[in-house]
Design a binder for this molecule. Structure first.
Ligand code: BGC
Length: 417
């Protein structure tokens, strides 16, 4: 009898005991209401398995500040166990020799991550020339979205725009009535977020790829880019005087309260609507910004660095396993506004906008429109990304002509590449 009880206890307690004493310092930039609520799911799961979470938040939307802090920590030979990170920066750190792929790769192999993820997402997560997982993906965010206050649109007879001309007409109408058409926070990353959606829409999928994946200088300096900057200038005219420096979630708040009609932002904005108890088609509308079956994707992931101490390595393994958990990816992403990175999570409990994101992603993938967000670090080295972002934000916040912006853009990318 005693033996049986011990055996049962061993089975029941096994997962808890194996990770008890695990530790992880986690660097991230999820500090808004919706972001913090989503992250709490991971913190709770980690604690439930006996892990000790050391929080290292670095506020600043888009993560530019967090990436600087991370760099400083790595230069000081003081890497955290895990850090939120994106795209090619993962492999760039691997080339510096600071990443520890073989700490979590065994977990990935045992759990069959190759079968749970699309190849595109899996490739972003691998180091050592694609041989081993060194990062774990939590989600897929879409960038090219319009969010709008339903009451403001309905009471002004405005529908969600299906072309940029339609958006401009709606914005002109709202502005004439004294309503702020576009809630925006003019920070470099937010300007770049808007810019890449406009570029995808006006330039098209192939153009986007040439400009922001291949960093093709002729494309960056061509006449299509002039049209894109023209539209950026129009959008600037639809923002209010308080826009410079405003945080993205404050801008989302303006749409929630009906102080502004639209926001152009990735679907972490939906995390804010959800945290405030607001629902699509009841309180707000979502629609993809106009494009030809394009979809700008942005995968949040955690990278795992070389670190000393068994309990820290165990912490990395536990984190990696939890991040890829099926139930975790469902609950986390419902709060976060994104969709799961794992392919086998049912979408039934997700809202209408998430379901649209999921089906649009599949359509875009089939039609060559599934493209990595440059503004969110999914393509281009950080130096090139920074060069583009600087010109975009300088143009947006000055009277620079579109022609001058295009000249500056191609010169800046040439110099940075
Ligand atoms: C991240 C999101 C985050 C947003 C605002 C993006 O780069 O992918 O997870 O919510 O920045 O901070």
């Amino acid at each position: 009898m005693k033996k049986i009880i011990i055996a049962i206890l061993a089975i029941v307690l096994a997962p808890t005991l194996s990770y008890a004493g695990s530790k992880a310092e986690v660097l991230h930039w999820w500090t808004s209401g919706g972001e913090a609520k989503a992250l709490q799911v991971l913190k709770d799961d980690f604690a439930a398995q006996g892990g000790e979470w050391k929080d290292m938040p670095v506020s600043g939307g888009g993560g530019d500040a967090a990436m600087q802090t991370l760099k400083a920590r790595i230069v000081a030979n003081d890497a955290p166990a895990a850090a939120q990170i994106k795209g090619p920066t993962i492999q760039a750190y691997d080339r510096e020799g600071v990443v520890a792929p073989y700490n979590i790769d065994a977990v990935a192999k045992a759990e069959g991550w190759d079968k749970l993820l699309s190849k595109q997402v899996a490739d972003h997560m691998k180091c050592d020339d694609g041989k081993a997982y060194c990062a774990a993906p939590v989600n897929i965010h879409r960038i090219d979205w319009f969010w709008a206050n339903k009451k403001v649109l309905d009471s002004n007879g405005i529908k969600m725009p299906s072309s940029w001309a339609e958006f401009n007409a709606a914005a002109d109408k709202l502005q004439a009535k004294g309503i702020i058409p576009l809630a925006h926070g003019s920070q470099p990353w937010q300007d770049a977020t808007v810019f890449e959606a406009v570029a995808l829409g006006i330039g098209g999928n192939d153009f986007y790829k040439k400009a922001f994946v291949d960093a093709d200088v002729a494309t960056l300096g061509g006449s299509t880019m002039v049209k894109i900057f023209d539209q950026m200038r129009k959008l600037k005219g639809y923002t209010d005087a308080g826009s410079p420096g405003r945080d993205w979630n404050v801008a989302t708040g303006m749409v929630m309260e009906g102080k502004a009609a639209f926001q152009l932002m990735g679907d972490w904005a939906k995390g804010e609507f959800a945290a405030a108890g607001l629902k699509p088609d009841v309180d707000y509308y979502c629609a993809a910004t106009p494009s030809n079956n394009g979809y700008l994707y942005n995968v949040d992931s955690f990278i795992f660095f070389k670190i000393k101490g068994k309990e820290k390595v165990e912490g990395q393994k536990l984190l990696a396993s939890l991040i890829m958990g099926k139930e975790f990816q469902k609950v986390f992403n419902i709060y976060k506004g994104s969709i799961p990175a794992r392919l086998d999570v049912p979408m039934d409990d997700f809202d209408k906008c998430a379901k649209k994101s999921n089906s649009d992603l599949n359509t875009a993938a089939a039609k060559g429109g599934l493209l990595p967000s440059f503004a969110h670090g999914m393509t281009l080295e950080l130096g090139v990304k920074g060069a583009i972002q600087d010109v975009v934000t300088e143009h947006f916040n000055s009277n620079m002509s579109s022609q001058d912006a295009v000249k500056k853009l191609s010169a800046a990318v040439k110099a940075a590449s």
